[in-house]
Design a protein around this ligand. Structure first.
Ligand code: SAH
Ligand code: SF4
Ligand code: F3S
Length: 446
């Protein structure tokens, strides 16, 4: 029988990246082989994102290009999943005529059934119901390509309803996975050669609340820390309001927990934070950062910031800049506020004009670049333990690894080191990466 090929394109966050891995795993079981070449594909899936208007536009424009593929190959099946699919439902079929099926964030497990039905009969399918089960997040999937780092979803959905955000509407209510299931998945990953796991959830700090068994996120980390084979634990994303002292202490006590936290602050103005419904003040946020640095002086702290939220005055914006000066993040993702239908912020007064948002963003990013380079430069001369991910992007003859801080380090080394933990000395800092030198004893042949 001729091989059937699957092409998946992923938009959006790490959660979507992992969802795509799960989609690929399920369809491999149904006889598909994954390809990087869209032209070869018998089945094309777009795993979509709707977080900002720009993200949605990108999906539309790339989907538009698929029409000609379908003309050339009428047997081609095209499906869309993820958050934009959840958002639009049947409307997606009206907007993009060449789609065969649309499935939402709770329906990944039904992919094989939808594809099998389309192979028999071409009738458009839409599956965007929410379910109380966690079927869609428990699918076993490794990243493939010999990678040694894997994602593990520990919870679904979000109950926070930050005023700007569509996620709670698109991923449903918060629900935690049973710890036994998480542990057994990670044990299996370790047996498959995985050394680093990243625990995924929209708000991992509230892990366990829906389980009612007293087990919280810090306790889950301690359990995972005991599993043999797993060398490193990461997690994303943490909500500052729910960051407990117990979890902060894990950074000192749990050796395998990487010294990095992504802690989105969003704004430095208490007035804006309240409008955003974030549930903390700048002072509370700074206190948590201080405590993190107290227990773990080397911890790298990264964040997300939104500029131009409705009603954000020049003074509010300046408070964000002041907060950044005070904290000095290792790096930040920053965004212009993007209005999303159905969110609380849509109804707020005082929308900021795009040119002004752009100006604020540019200034903020220039400041962050300065801080990032400063923070990276502080590491020159230090020793860093790296998990080697593969060849360097810049040079075939070099390797790339990540420090515990999540920072990228390039260095000369033997390709046999891929997948291993090694120590390097940092020789030079740049804005987006570091350069390192290996010590001879760990097998450098250069
Ligand atoms: N649950 C995670 C991730 C949310 S999405 C968290 O709470 O951190 C990632 C980032 O996108 C958010 O932290 C926020 O900074 C940004 N974002 C979300 N909605 C947005 C919007 N409508 N406009 C601009 N940025 C937005
Ligand atoms: Fe969105 Fe807020 Fe939930 Fe994050 S915590 S997904 S920003 S509602
Ligand atoms: Fe986008 Fe959904 Fe992630 S909206 S950022 S793909 S949770």
């Amino acid at each position: 029988m001729k091989n059937k090929y699957l092409y998946i394109e992923t938009f959006g966050c790490q959660m979507n990246v992992h969802d795509s891995e799960q989609m690929a795993a399920l369809l491999t079981d149904s006889g598909y082989k994954q390809t990087d070449n869209m032209k070869l594909a018998d089945l094309i899936l777009f795993n979509t994102c709707s977080i900002r208007e720009k993200a949605a536009h990108k999906v539309y424009s790339e989907l538009g290009r698929l029409g000609k593929f379908k003309e050339q190959n009428p047997d081609l099946i095209i499906g869309v999943g993820g958050c934009l699919a959840q958002h639009l439902g049947t409307k997606f079929h009206k907007r993009v005529r060449h789609l065969d099926f649309v499935f939402g964030t709770h329906n990944i497990h039904r992919l094989p059934e939808m594809v099998a039905s389309l192979q028999k009969k071409r009738e458009k399918i839409t599956n965007v119901d929410f379910h109380k089960s966690l079927n869609s997040i428990g699918i076993y999937a490794t990243p493939g390509n010999g990678s040694i780092s894997a994602f593990v979803t520990i919870m679904q959905g979000c109950n926070n309803f930050c005023a700007y955000c569509v996620v709670p509407y698109l991923r449903g209510p918060e629900m935690s996975r049973q710890p036994e299931e998480i542990i057994s998945e990670i044990t299996r990953l370790a047996a498959d050669g995985i050394k680093e796991v990243t625990l995924l959830g929209q708000n991992v700090n509230s892990y366990g609340k829906t389980l009612g068994n007293g087990l919280n996120f810090a306790a889950l980390i301690r359990k995972i820390g005991k599993l043999s084979g797993i060398e490193r634990i990461r997690f994303t994303t943490s909500h500052p309001r729910d960051l407990s002292e117990e979890l902060i202490n894990c950074f000192a006590e749990e050796e395998k927990l990487c010294k990095h936290i992504h802690l989105p602050v969003q704004s430095g103005s208490n007035r804006v934070l309240a409008l955003m419904n974030r549930g903390y003040t700048v002072e509370e946020y700074i206190k948590k950062v201080d405590n993190l640095r107290k227990v773990c002086s080397l911890i790298s702290i990264t964040s997300d910031i939104i500029v131009g939220f409705p009603g954000e005055t020049q003074k509010d914006y300046q408070e964000t800049i002041d907060m950044m000066e005070k904290i000095r993040f290792d790096s930040t993702f920053s965004f212009k506020y993007s209005e999303r239908k159905g969110t609380a912020a849509e109804k707020l007064e005082g929308k900021i004009e795009d040119g002004e948002k752009q100006r604020r963003l540019k200034q903020l990013q220039a400041l962050q670049d300065m801080h990032t380079l400063e923070k990276n430069t502080e590491l020159e001369g230090s020793w860093q333990e790296l998990l080697i991910e593969g060849k360097s992007k810049n040079s075939e003859s070099e390797l790339m690894g990540r420090a515990s801080s999540w920072k990228i380090v390039n260095f000369k080394g033997n390709p046999e080191l891929v997948g291993k933990l090694v120590d390097v000395k940092i020789t030079k800092a740049y804005l987006h990466s570091l350069r390192g030198k290996l010590i001879e004893e760990v097998g450098n042949v250069n």
